[in-house]
Design a protein around this ligand. Sequence first.
Ligand code: PNS
Length: 162
Amino acid sequence: MKRTVICPGSFDPVTLGHIDIISRAAKMFDKVIVAVLVNSSKKPSFTTEERIELLRKALAGFDNIQIESFDGLLAEYARKTGANAVVRGLRAVSDFEYEFQMSLTNKKLNPDLETIFLTSRAEYMFLSSSIVKQIATLNGDITNFVPECIHDEIKKRLASNV
Ligand code: PNS
Protein backbone atom coordinates (compact mmCIF):
# COMPACT_ATOMS: atom_id res chain seq x y z
CA MET A 1 0.00 0.00 0.00
CA LYS A 2 1.25 3.45 -0.91
CA ARG A 3 1.69 5.72 2.08
CA THR A 4 0.37 9.19 1.33
CA VAL A 5 0.68 12.09 3.72
CA ILE A 6 -0.77 15.59 3.60
CA CYS A 7 1.21 18.66 4.61
CA PRO A 8 -1.58 21.22 5.00
CA GLY A 9 -1.16 24.92 5.60
CA SER A 10 -1.76 28.50 4.55
CA PHE A 11 1.77 28.88 3.12
CA ASP A 12 1.32 32.64 2.93
CA PRO A 13 4.12 32.56 1.78
CA VAL A 14 6.13 29.33 2.09
CA THR A 15 9.21 29.64 4.32
CA LEU A 16 12.38 27.58 4.80
CA GLY A 17 10.71 26.16 7.91
CA HIS A 18 7.89 24.73 5.76
CA ILE A 19 10.36 23.39 3.18
CA ASP A 20 12.30 21.63 5.92
CA ILE A 21 9.17 19.85 7.23
CA ILE A 22 7.87 18.97 3.74
CA SER A 23 11.22 17.59 2.55
CA ARG A 24 11.59 15.49 5.68
CA ALA A 25 8.05 14.13 5.15
CA ALA A 26 8.98 13.30 1.54
CA LYS A 27 11.71 11.00 2.85
CA MET A 28 9.30 9.20 5.18
CA PHE A 29 6.31 8.72 2.84
CA ASP A 30 5.77 7.49 -0.72
CA LYS A 31 3.79 10.57 -1.63
CA VAL A 32 3.34 14.00 -0.05
CA ILE A 33 0.40 16.22 -0.91
CA VAL A 34 1.14 19.83 0.01
CA ALA A 35 -2.38 21.18 0.53
CA VAL A 36 -2.87 24.93 0.43
CA LEU A 37 -5.95 26.14 2.30
CA VAL A 38 -8.09 28.35 0.06
CA ASN A 39 -10.53 29.98 2.43
CA SER A 40 -8.47 30.93 5.43
CA SER A 41 -10.01 33.20 8.06
CA LYS A 42 -6.54 34.76 8.16
CA LYS A 43 -7.20 36.61 4.86
CA PRO A 44 -4.01 35.69 2.98
CA SER A 45 -1.63 38.25 1.46
CA PHE A 46 -0.87 35.97 -1.50
CA THR A 47 -3.62 34.49 -3.69
CA THR A 48 -4.06 30.72 -3.73
CA GLU A 49 -2.47 30.59 -7.21
CA GLU A 50 0.52 32.64 -6.05
CA ARG A 51 1.03 30.47 -2.98
CA ILE A 52 0.88 27.31 -5.11
CA GLU A 53 3.29 28.74 -7.70
CA LEU A 54 5.82 29.69 -4.99
CA LEU A 55 5.58 26.18 -3.54
CA ARG A 56 6.01 24.63 -7.02
CA LYS A 57 9.21 26.58 -7.60
CA ALA A 58 10.58 25.89 -4.13
CA LEU A 59 9.84 22.15 -4.32
CA ALA A 60 10.73 21.60 -7.98
CA GLY A 61 13.44 19.04 -7.18
CA PHE A 62 11.10 16.49 -5.55
CA ASP A 63 9.30 13.85 -7.60
CA ASN A 64 7.00 12.52 -4.85
CA ILE A 65 5.49 15.87 -3.88
CA GLN A 66 2.19 17.07 -5.31
CA ILE A 67 0.87 20.58 -4.66
CA GLU A 68 -2.86 21.23 -4.52
CA SER A 69 -5.35 23.59 -2.96
CA PHE A 70 -8.17 22.51 -0.69
CA ASP A 71 -11.27 24.04 0.77
CA GLY A 72 -13.45 22.84 3.63
CA LEU A 73 -12.49 20.21 6.17
CA LEU A 74 -9.02 18.69 6.15
CA ALA A 75 -10.46 15.40 7.46
CA GLU A 76 -12.73 15.17 4.38
CA TYR A 77 -9.94 16.17 2.01
CA ALA A 78 -7.77 13.39 3.48
CA ARG A 79 -10.56 10.86 2.92
CA LYS A 80 -10.96 12.03 -0.68
CA THR A 81 -7.24 11.84 -1.47
CA GLY A 82 -6.69 8.53 0.35
CA ALA A 83 -4.07 10.03 2.66
CA ASN A 84 -3.22 8.07 5.81
CA ALA A 85 -1.70 10.91 7.73
CA VAL A 86 -1.18 14.61 8.17
CA VAL A 87 2.23 16.05 8.96
CA ARG A 88 2.62 19.26 10.91
CA GLY A 89 5.75 20.99 12.14
CA LEU A 90 5.99 21.89 15.81
CA ARG A 91 8.12 24.92 16.60
CA ALA A 92 7.51 25.75 20.21
CA VAL A 93 5.24 24.93 23.12
CA SER A 94 3.00 27.78 21.94
CA ASP A 95 2.14 25.76 18.81
CA PHE A 96 1.16 22.74 20.82
CA GLU A 97 -2.30 23.64 22.11
CA TYR A 98 -3.66 24.59 18.69
CA GLU A 99 -2.02 21.63 16.98
CA PHE A 100 -3.28 19.20 19.62
CA GLN A 101 -6.83 20.53 19.26
CA MET A 102 -6.63 20.28 15.48
CA SER A 103 -5.25 16.75 15.62
CA LEU A 104 -7.98 15.53 18.01
CA THR A 105 -10.70 17.20 15.94
CA ASN A 106 -9.43 15.62 12.74
CA LYS A 107 -9.28 12.21 14.44
CA LYS A 108 -12.92 12.54 15.55
CA LEU A 109 -13.99 13.53 12.03
CA ASN A 110 -11.86 10.89 10.33
CA PRO A 111 -10.75 8.06 12.68
CA ASP A 112 -8.44 6.62 10.01
CA LEU A 113 -6.36 9.79 9.90
CA GLU A 114 -3.18 10.09 11.97
CA THR A 115 -1.38 13.34 12.75
CA ILE A 116 2.39 13.22 12.87
CA PHE A 117 4.38 16.07 14.37
CA LEU A 118 7.91 16.78 13.23
CA THR A 119 10.02 18.96 15.45
CA SER A 120 11.16 22.09 13.73
CA ARG A 121 14.88 22.49 13.21
CA ALA A 122 16.36 24.77 15.86
CA GLU A 123 17.22 27.50 13.34
CA TYR A 124 13.58 27.73 12.23
CA MET A 125 11.97 27.65 15.68
CA PHE A 126 11.07 31.34 15.49
CA LEU A 127 10.18 31.44 11.80
CA SER A 128 6.67 32.00 10.44
CA SER A 129 5.06 33.41 7.31
CA SER A 130 3.88 36.43 9.33
CA ILE A 131 7.45 37.19 10.43
CA VAL A 132 8.63 36.98 6.81
CA LYS A 133 5.85 39.33 5.68
CA GLN A 134 6.56 41.78 8.45
CA ILE A 135 10.29 41.93 7.68
CA ALA A 136 9.82 42.13 3.90
CA THR A 137 7.23 44.91 4.03
CA LEU A 138 9.60 46.89 6.24
CA ASN A 139 12.36 46.37 3.67
CA GLY A 140 14.34 43.97 5.84
CA ASP A 141 16.49 41.06 4.71
CA ILE A 142 14.57 37.76 4.34
CA THR A 143 17.45 35.86 2.69
CA ASN A 144 17.74 33.35 5.53
CA PHE A 145 14.02 32.76 5.80
CA VAL A 146 12.72 31.83 2.34
CA PRO A 147 14.06 29.62 -0.50
CA GLU A 148 16.56 31.46 -2.68
CA CYS A 149 14.69 30.74 -5.94
CA ILE A 150 11.59 32.63 -4.76
CA HIS A 151 13.27 35.28 -2.62
CA ASP A 152 13.05 38.10 -5.18
CA GLU A 153 9.45 37.28 -6.06
CA ILE A 154 8.34 37.43 -2.43
CA LYS A 155 10.29 40.63 -1.80
CA LYS A 156 8.88 42.34 -4.88
CA ARG A 157 5.34 41.25 -4.19
CA LEU A 158 5.36 42.38 -0.57
CA ALA A 159 7.23 45.60 -1.21
CA SER A 160 4.51 46.61 -3.67
CA ASN A 161 2.00 46.29 -0.82
CA VAL A 162 3.63 49.00 1.31
O1 PNS B 1 -0.51 27.12 8.08
P1 PNS B 1 -1.67 27.11 9.02
O2 PNS B 1 -2.51 28.36 8.81
O3 PNS B 1 -1.27 26.90 10.45
O4 PNS B 1 -2.60 25.85 8.60
C1 PNS B 1 -3.81 25.59 9.25
C2 PNS B 1 -4.62 24.48 8.53
C3 PNS B 1 -4.79 24.79 7.06
C4 PNS B 1 -3.90 23.16 8.67
C5 PNS B 1 -6.00 24.38 9.25
O5 PNS B 1 -6.56 25.66 9.37
C6 PNS B 1 -7.01 23.47 8.55
O6 PNS B 1 -6.81 22.30 8.43
N1 PNS B 1 -8.11 24.08 8.05
C7 PNS B 1 -9.15 23.37 7.34
C8 PNS B 1 -10.46 23.41 8.12
C9 PNS B 1 -10.58 22.24 9.08
O7 PNS B 1 -10.41 21.09 8.74
N2 PNS B 1 -10.91 22.54 10.37
C10 PNS B 1 -11.10 21.54 11.39
C11 PNS B 1 -9.81 21.12 12.08
S1 PNS B 1 -9.28 22.35 13.19
